[in-house]
Write a protein that binds this ligand. Structure first.
Ligand code: SAH
Length: 398
């Protein structure tokens, strides 16, 4: 069977998002599928009047039934396609590549770089790949070959051990794909500071690369200040703050493995004398600080994703409200709150409302000094605004 001829026929009136180049087609928009496409097969998307609209990959198990990759009738989703998109993505990171002080950043940001389901992060001489959809799985071998040819890494490692794979009917997988296997800890640079990353078992692909510009923007505000970094992970934010001259930084995290690396990261940047670590639940630690009257000049709140699904948004906003209220209560008058949300379902407007509510309940006036978003190596396609998941506010709290 020639699966390239398989067709997905849309219900009447469901073509609009496709015409607007949104890359996802949900199962509810589909009237009929012809040609028995296998998982990851290329399908032609046709509207109710029989008009060809776009081409993408089929995911029979997922609610996102088709991930569109091209709207050009002549463009196949073959190796040449992957190569063109990859080269475009790499060219978009040229400024980062030219920066001798930074060698950890995202090279391919899935849908937003025109390669649905494909994430590639660079950590110095190693690349980490995440394959998040059936279509991306169909591209995997070409992708790995092309990455090896274009980026000349020492090794390419797979970290497709994320829960979204289950929605696609793909098993969790991780391990070496090409070249040398990364050592347990890989050294990378961010703005001239050195960090150790665990590519095999660390969170995400090893680090929170999306926060890079925000860490760097925040650091100078910490000079001479007492700083609390309440969700530290492996201490990148805390180390930048200390290196920028913070009087003291207290970094918390619930993961003791993350804090072990954080300790080492502080040591290797010569700031361990001014940074201390605490392993625990930050919700409780924030309350303990409030109850004991402990105050700070800067509080950084970068918690994990509170809402993975729309149905979790209410609970998530309560969580954000709680920690932001506590965060404000721990600030000296005139102190700074840097507060983030990486929940895509909580948009920037809703997040600002939550922080506003926290300020009201805390009885504190707060000004927005700046807004944060994900770094430019995690771009947002205008036709795919869902890609803008990370947002944050820098507030002065009186
Ligand atoms: N700001 C960090 C990234 C933080 S990610 C950076 O720039 O690298 C969120 C962190 O919160 C993770 O390290 C996770 O281990 C931690 N975490 C999750 N739940 C927590 C909790 N209840 N208390 C403390 N830390 C928690």
């Amino acid at each position: 069977m020639d699966s390239a001829k398989s067709k997905v026929l849309l219900k009447k009136g469901r073509e609009k998002s496709v015409l607007q180049r949104h890359p996802w087609i949900y199962s509810g928009s589909i009237a009929r599928v012809e040609g028995n496409p296998l998982p990851g097969a290329v399908v032609e998307v046709i509207d109710a009047r029989g008009q060809w609209l776009a081409r993408g990959h089929y995911s029979p198990r997922s609610q996102i039934r088709v991930r569109l990759a091209t709207w050009e009738a002549e463009e196949g989703l073959d190796r040449a396609f992957v190569s063109r998109r990859l080269q475009r993505a790499l060219a978009g990171r040229a400024a980062l590549e030219a920066d001798p002080g930074t060698n950890a950043y995202r090279l391919v940001h899935a849908e937003s770089d025109g390669l649905p389901g494909v994430v590639v992060d660079r950590y110095g001489p190693f690349l980490v790949v995440q394959i998040l959809s059936q279509g991306a799985a169909a591209w995997q071998s070409e992708l790995v070959e092309l990455l090896a040819a274009h980026c000349a890494p020492q090794g390419i490692y797979e970290r497709s051990d994320v829960s979204v794979r289950r929605l696609e009917g793909l098993p969790a997988r991780s391990g070496p794909l090409w070249g040398r296997e990364p050592p347990p800890q890989v050294e990378v640079l961010e703005a001239g500071r050195s960090f150790l990353v665990d590519l095999r078992a660390g969170q995400k692909t090893g680090a929170y690369l999306d926060q890079r510009p925000n860490r760097l923007r925040l650091a100078p505000h910490c000079a001479g200040r007492e700083v609390l970094d309440a969700f530290s992970y492996t201490g990148w934010c805390a180390v930048h703050a200390a290196a920028a001259g913070a009087a003291s930084v207290w970094g918390w995290d619930s993961s003791s493995e993350a804090l072990e690396l954080a300790r080492e990261n502080a040591r290797r940047n010569g700031v361990d004398g001014r940074v201390s670590w605490e392993s625990g639940n930050s919700f409780e630690l924030l309350r303990d600080c409030r109850d004991s009257g402990r105050l700070f000049d800067v509080v950084i709140l970068d918690p994990p994703k509170f809402a993975s699904r729309r149905s979790q948004v209410d609970a998530a906003t309560r969580g954000y409200k709680d920690i932001n209220l506590l965060g404000m209560q721990l600030l000296r008058p005139g102190g700074l709150l840097a507060t983030f949300s990486c929940s895509g379902h909580v948009d920037a407007d809703l997040f600002q409302k939550v922080v506003f509510g926290a300020g009201l309940d805390a009885g504190r006036d707060a000004q927005i000094l700046g807004r944060f978003c994900q770094g430019s190596d995690h771009p947002v396609l205008l036709s795919f605004p869902q890609g803008a998941y990370l947002k944050g506010l820098l507030c002065r709290v009186y």
